[in-house]
Design a protein around this ligand. Structure first.
Ligand code: HEM
Ligand code: HEM
Length: 179
């Protein structure tokens, strides 16, 4: 049975959710695969720089997504969630939205403060930083970026487990609203 559009997230919200989920998986896969390539090789540089730009795309799309979220309140879950479950769902969604902004911003400030510019893949071009290099601050931000990246393996993992639980155990319409 296909749910009617009034029972689902808007088309734009669904499209953004799945494309951004794909981009986030790609950002993780790229940065984790860098160790497959020797330091200083062109391929490693490309993989790391593509990580930067995929992450930046996530940041740009996050603004569009937040605007869409303000325009359209999602349809409720049937049967509705109560108490602690409802609170957990709300809190995890706030955390996921925050991650879409904070994680790329930490990354971009790390690169700008460390290198004085954001490199453009496959070229020798670099978008200059509007401030001076500060290696110490860059290092602190990079630590936070890696820490948040690690914490969100679990948050995103729980989010996916929750979706599976809703669909196959609770058998409600949570997932159908997002597809
Ligand atoms: C959705 C967005 C992003 C996610 C999920 C993400 C995730 C991660 C993770 C998990 C790591 C640590 C990898 C490890 O364990 O070694 C990492 C490293 C890093 N990321 Fe990101 N990142 C994102 C966006 C960005 C952006 C936009 C930039 C810069 C423009 C950036 C710059 C970096 C840098 C400089 C490192 C350290 C790389 C190294 O040690 O060689 N990230 N990122
Ligand atoms: C295979 C992976 C994923 C699945 C199966 C999935 C599934 C879902 C489902 C079913 C919903 C609707 C939940 C509800 O309304 O209560 C949802 C909402 C949401 N998802 Fe995912 N998701 C996945 C990956 C991701 C990723 C990687 C992110 C971002 C880091 C993300 C961020 C969000 C956010 C912020 C919402 C709340 C939307 C809103 O109410 O405005 N999801 N997801």
């Amino acid at each position: 049975m296909t749910p009617s559009d009034t029972e689902r997230y808007s088309y734009k919200a669904r499209w953004l959710h799945w494309v951004m989920a794909g981009l986030i998986v790609l950002a993780y896969a790229l940065i984790l695969s860098r160790s497959l390539f020797a330091k200083g090789t062109d391929l490693r540089t490309l993989v790391v720089q593509t990580h930067f730009w995929v992450g930046l795309l996530v940041l740009l799309m996050a603004f569009v997504r937040l605007a869409e979220r303000h325009r359209h309140t999602p349809p409720g879950i049937t049967p509705p969630l109560q108490g602690a479950l409802r609170l957990a769902a709300t809190l995890s969604h706030y955390a996921l939205y925050a991650f879409l902004f904070v994680q790329p911003l930490l990354g971009v400030f790390t690169v700008l403060l460390e290198r004085g510019g954001l490199p453009v893949p496959l070229t020798s071009l670099s978008i200059p930083a509007p401030f001076d290099i500060s290696k110490d601050t860059a290092q602190t931000l990079e630590h936070l970026h890696v820490l948040l990246g690690t914490i969100f393996y679990y948050v995103i993992g729980l989010h996916v487990v929750a979706a599976v639980w809703h669909h196959f155990v609770r058998r409600d319409n949570t997932v159908r609203r997002m597809v």
